[in-house]
Ligand binder design. Structure first.
Ligand code: HEM
Length: 490
């Protein structure tokens, strides 16, 4: 295929080669999207039995239903007395990347539980979080630093590599990724019970991401169609572009539908109790000077953001493909920083899509800004492209609006702690991006109306009516929370 531009190609997998242990666990594919290439490894090699034993005793409520070490405030003591430093055993498996990913997941669970155990105990007594443990001992610090380095993660719990996307197992392997067939591998509170709010919170993320294959496939198709200079037929090219965009729209609609199930699967009242363990170090009062990883970084304190869905790749993929303009604010800097906390292959793909979209001038291609002397058929297809662009933006709006509702109902109404788990300011950060989407929708709608006397049709008119009403509501709500909490918008 002939192709415009010089951005190096990116290899998106169709076959994820689940048995290949030499490839990283996370590689973007048209089949599994942003999920790992294979179902996560559950059982660690036998050298790690002592570690596994502590992990099983760790949760507030163990798999047996009995109270575990975190319920008794005994985890720190047990780690200090019983856990060997298994850094050499980690190295023994350095060529097996899926095993390294499982080790990274498990060490990051233990690291967060160890550091935040004192905060959990204050929280359940109704007290402020206070300080976490400020030093991560060598028996956790050395192995986590090593396996994180091998896998390309930060040595602290991440969303994809650890807490969410590498943390499920199938009850019946033959039944696949059906929600009722999913269980967590690791949990802090009572997440080993699949009906718990902690399990629901994590499993809904997985249930959404399992629909990201067609999103990736549609993105690749849209970019390929727009760059296919070997096809002299503009009608065919645009029809193919629209097919890619339709696939994206279908995937996002499904993903948003699954996201809505969060309300029932994870109760707003119960979120703050397991959330204590997924806070990060950066911008958190529990770690004002960072954390010392014993024997690492010359014992100078280090700081990492906490686990957050903000490190998921679905929405950033759309931001990059659609060239969504973000305001030049400190809040947008946080958004950029979040994008460092994801698997290297996801990062590479997101960067590729961003660069390719700009190089192809994809937005102007979709909007038909450079098209002249169009036939009726081309005009219809171009109108469809603009409508699809707006409908996809509307799905991104839907995702971010629901997020604002989550933040309001699960967090703002329950706690005055000013920062979210990823370290963003809780009142202003999500609205920063949601406002940007709403503004872009207004701008695309105007282009669509100006380019075609028929406008964009009823579907888009209804979308815009609802979006403009939502913008008013959002502004009032954010003003209210800012006033109540004495914060400014950026
Ligand atoms: C009860 C449910 C949820 C709550 C309370 C919640 C809360 C939050 C908060 C507070 C943030 C701000 C970033 C930070 O952590 O510092 C955030 C960001 C984000 N979360 Fe969630 N989240 C929830 C569910 C989900 C789900 C199911 C996904 C699916 C992948 C997700 C994906 C994201 C994304 C993409 C962002 C960045 C938003 C943006 O770019 O504007 N979240 N979330």
């Amino acid at each position: 295929m002939g192709s415009l531009g010089s951005t190096p190609p990116f290899r998106v997998l169709d076959d994820t080669r689940p048995d290949d242990t030499t490839l990283p666990a996370f590689m973007v594919s048209t089949t599994r999207g942003f999920l790992p290439r294979m179902d996560p490894i559950v059982t660690l090699p036998k050298e790690f039995d002592a570690f596994e034993d502590i992990l099983q005793r760790m949760p507030v409520k163990m798999a047996s239903g009995e109270p575990g070490l975190l319920a008794q405030y005994k985890l720190g003591d047990v780690v200090d007395k019983e856990l060997p430093n298994l850094a050499e055993a980690v190295d023994k498996y350095k060529d097996n990347l899926p095993i390294q990913n499982a080790l990274y997941r498990d060490y990051s669970f233990l690291a967060s539980a160890y550091l935040l155990e004192p905060c959990h105990h204050r929280f359940i007594k109704g007290e402020p979080y206070g300080l976490g443990r400020q030093v991560l001992p060598a028996n956790i610090a050395h192995p986590i630093a090593r396996c994180a380095e091998i896998c390309g993660f930060k040595p602290f719990m991440e969303y994809a590599g650890s807490y969410a996307l590498f943390n499920y197992r199938l009850v019946d392997p033959a039944a696949g990724m059906e929600y009722s067939n999913l269980r967590l591998i690791r949990a802090f509170e009572n997440g080993l019970d699949p009906t718990s709010s902690e399990a629901g919170f994590v499993l809904v993320h997985i249930d959404m991401v399992k629909n990201s294959g067609p999103l990736v496939g549609g993105t690749v198709k849209a970019l390929d169609a727009a760059s296919d200079t070997s096809n002299p037929n503009p009608v065919e090219r645009r029809a193919s572009f629209n097919e890619g965009m339709s696939s994206i729209l279908g995937a996002l609609t499904k993903i948003n539908g699954v996201m809505e199930t969060m309300w029932a699967k994870s109760k707003p009242m119960e979120y703050t109790s397991f959330r204590t363990f997924i806070f990060g170090i950066t911008s958190q009062s529990m770690f004002p000077d960072g954390v010392v990883y014993e024997g690492i970084n010359d014992n100078k304190p280090m700081s990492f953001r906490g686990e957050s869905g903000a490190n998921d790749s679905i929405v950033p993929l759309m931001d990059n493909l659609l060239q969504l303009p973000m305001p030049n604010t400190p809040l947008t800097e946080i958004l950029r920083d979040f994008r460092e906390y994801r698997p290297s292959n996801h990062k590479g793909f997101l960067l590729h899509v961003k660069e390719r979209s700009l190089e192809l001038d994809l937005k102007n291609y979709a909007l038909g800004r450079h098209s002249v002397n169009l036939s009726d058929e081309e005009r219809d297809l171009r109108r469809e492209s603009v409508s699809l662009w707006l409908q996809i933006l509307n799905q991104v709006r839907d995702f971010r609006w629901r997020h604002w509702c989550f933040a309001r109902e699960y967090i703002l109404k329950r706690t005055s702690h000013p920062t979210a788990t990823g370290g963003s300011p809780i009142v202003t950060w999500l609205p920063n991006q949601l406002e940007a989407v709403l503004e872009e929708m207004v701008s695309i709608d105007e282009v669509g109306k100006a380019a075609d006397s028929r406008g964009l049709g009823k579907v888009c008119e209804d979308i815009m009516d609802a979006a403009l009403r939502q913008r008013e509501t959002l502004r009032k709500e954010v003003d209210k929370y800012c006033a109540e909490r004495g914060v400014t918008r950026s």
